[in-house]
Design a protein around this ligand. Structure first.
Ligand code: NDP
Ligand code: MG
Length: 383
C-alpha cells in the first residue's frame, strides 16, 4: 500500500490524482491533503479519503474547515508550517506536488530531506530551484517522478536506455489556442479566448501559459533539470494533435516516443505506480480514425514567451525565477483584465532586463527575487 500526501488536492492535477486513487482504492492510503481556500471541496475529499491531516493556506479557510469537520478526528494545519508538516510525516511514502507557483519549493525540499518519493507536477519548483532540488534528491537517494505529461513521456522514452547516449530531447507542444495567429490578431485576445485550450483541460494559470508558450518555456527548464541535458539539446516541436507527448533521439538516430490520448491521469498513474503499468480506463489512440498527425516549428517571434525562457535558462542563477515570477504576476494581471495579452511577454522581458543575476541563489534569495520582481512590476505598471 502506498501512503500518499497531495499538495494541491482541490486543483486540476489534485482531483485527477484522487480519481486514480479512487480507481485503486485498496492500493492507497491518503495521509494528508492540502489546498488554498476551497473549503467545500476539501471537506468532501476528507469525508471520502479520510486523511490524518489536512492543510489550508489561509487561517480563515483552516478555521472554517475545522468547524465543518469537527465530527471527525482529523488534524487541520495552516499555511507553510502546515505544508511542511504534511510533507514530512513519517507515515507518508510519496508526496505529489500539485500546487501552483513557488510555494512548492520549501515543502518539496522538506519532503526530499525526509526521503519521500516526489511525484512532481509543480514545475515552478524545478524551474526556480532545480539547482538545489536535483542535487539534494541525488544525495538523499530520492526519486523525482515527473507528472507533467511531456516529462513523463521523456522519462518513459528513457526507460532502460543510457543517459549518455541521448542526443536530443524533442519536447512537443500543442501550440495552444492561438497557434498560427499574428501579433496583430493576438493583441485583441481576451481572457475567455486564452482559456479555451484545444486539447487539455487544466488550471487557469497553466492554460494561459499554454496560450503564450510560456508553459513550454517552463517545461524546457524543467526538462533541463530533470534529465540533466543542455539547453542546446532540447528542441520544441509543435504538434497540434497532442498524441505524441514527447520524444527522445539517441546517438544512432533512433527516436523513442510515448503516445496516447491527452489525459493527465496517465502520467499521474504512471508516477504513482512506477515502474508498473496498471490498467486504466479511457479512450485509446485509434490510428485508423486519426487521419493525420502534424508538426511545425514554434513561431518564437510571435510567441516570445519561449524565446525568453531559453534566454532566462541560459542566464541561469536567479533569472529563471524572475522569468517565472514576472509571468505569474503578468498572468494574474491579464486574468484581472488589467493588461492585454501581448503585455505578458513584455512584462517578462522588462523584468528580466532589470534583474541582476545572482549565481546559484539559495531559497531565501529565490523568494526575494520573486518578491522584488512583483514589486518592480507593480511600480512600473503604476498599479
Ligand atoms: P490548479 O489551479 O487547478 O490547482 C492548484 C491547487 O493548489 C489547488 O488545489 C489550490 O487550492 C492549491 N493551492 C494554491 N495555492 C495554494 C497554497 N498557497 N497553499 C496550498 N495549496 C494551494 O492548478 P493545476 O492543477 O492546473 O496545476 C498544479 C501544478 O501542476 C502547476 O504547477 C502546473 O504547472 C502543474 N501542471 C499542471 C497540469 C495540468 O494538466 N493541470 C499539467 C502539468 C503540470 P484551491 O483550490 O483551494 O485554490
Ligand atoms: Mg506539460
Amino acid at each position: 500500500m502506498k501512503h500518499l500526501t497531495i499538495l494541491g488536492s482541490t486543483g486540476s492535477i489534485g482531483t485527477q490524482t484522487l480519481e486514480v486513487v479512487r480507481a485503486y482504492r485498496e492500493e492507497f492510503c491518503i495521509t494528508a491533503l492540502a489546498a488554498g481556500s476551497n473549503v467545500s471541496l476539501m471537506e468532501e475529499q476528507i469525508r471520502e479519503f479520510h486523511p490524518k491531516k489536512a492543510v489550508m493556506w489561509t487561517k480563515e479557510a483552516a478555521r472554517e474547515l475545522k468547524e465543518r469537520v469537527k465530527d471527525l478526528s482529523i488534524e487541520i494545519g495552516v499555511g507553510m508550517e502546515g505544508l511542511l508538516e504534511i510533507s514530512t510525516m513519517p507515515e507518508t511514502d510519496v508526496v505529489l506536488t500539485a500546487i501552483v507557483g513557488m510555494i512548492g519549493i520549501r515543502p518539496t525540499i522538506a519532503a526530499i530531506e525526509s526521503k519521500k518519493t516526489i511525484a512532481l507536477a509543480n514545475k515552478e519548483t524545478l524551474v526556480t530551484a532545480g539547482h538545489i532540488i536535483m542535487p539534494l534528491a541525488k544525495k538523499a537517494g530520492v526519486s523525482i517522478l515527473p507528472v507533467d505529461s511531456e516529462h513523463s513521456a521523456i522519462f518513459q522514452s528513457m526507460n532502460g536506455e543510457k543517459k549518455e547516449q541521448v542526443s536530443k530531447i524533442l519536447l512537443t507542444a500543442s501550440g495552444g489556442p492561438f497557434r498560427g495567429k499574428t501579433r496583430e490578431e493576438l493583441s485583441g485576445m481576451t481572457v475567455e479566448d486564452a482559456l479555451r485550450h484545444p486539447n487539455w483541460s487544466m488550471g487557469k494559470k497553466i492554460t494561459i501559459d499554454s496560450s503564450t508558450l510560456v508553459n513550454k518555456g517552463l517545461e524546457v527548464m524543467e526538462a533541463k533539470w530533470l534529465f540533466d541535458v543542455g539547453l542546446d539539446r532540447i528542441q520544441v516541436v509543435v504538434h497540434p494533435q497532442s498524441i505524441i507527448h514527447s520524444m527522445v533521439e539517441y546517438a544512432d538516430g533512433a527516436i523513442i516516443a510515448q503516445l496516447g490520448t491527452p489525459d493527465m491521469k496517465l502520467p499521474i498513474q504512471y508516477a504513482l505506480f512506477y515502474p508498473d503499468r496498471l490498467p486504466m480506463e479511457g479512450e485509446r489512440v485509434d490510428f485508423y480514425a486519426l487521419s493525420q498527425i502534424t508538426f511545425e516549428k514554434p513561431d518564437e517571434d510571435t510567441f516570445r514567451g519561449l524565446k525568453l525562457a531559453y534566454r532566462a535558462a541560459a542566464a541561469g542563477g536567479s533569472m529563471p525565477t524572475v522569468y517565472n515570477a514576472a509571468n505569474e504576476k503578468a498572468v494574474a494581471l491579464f486574468l484581472d483584465r488589467k493588461i492585454g495579452f501581448l503585455q505578458i511577454p513584455e512584462i517578462i522581458e522588462m523584468s528580466m532586463e532589470h534583474h541582476k543575476v545572482i549565481e546559484a541563489p539559495d531559497v531565501e534569495q529565490i523568494l526575494a527575487a520573486e518578491a522584488e520582481t512583483y514589486d518592480y512590476i507593480m511600480q512600473r505598471m503604476e498599479l
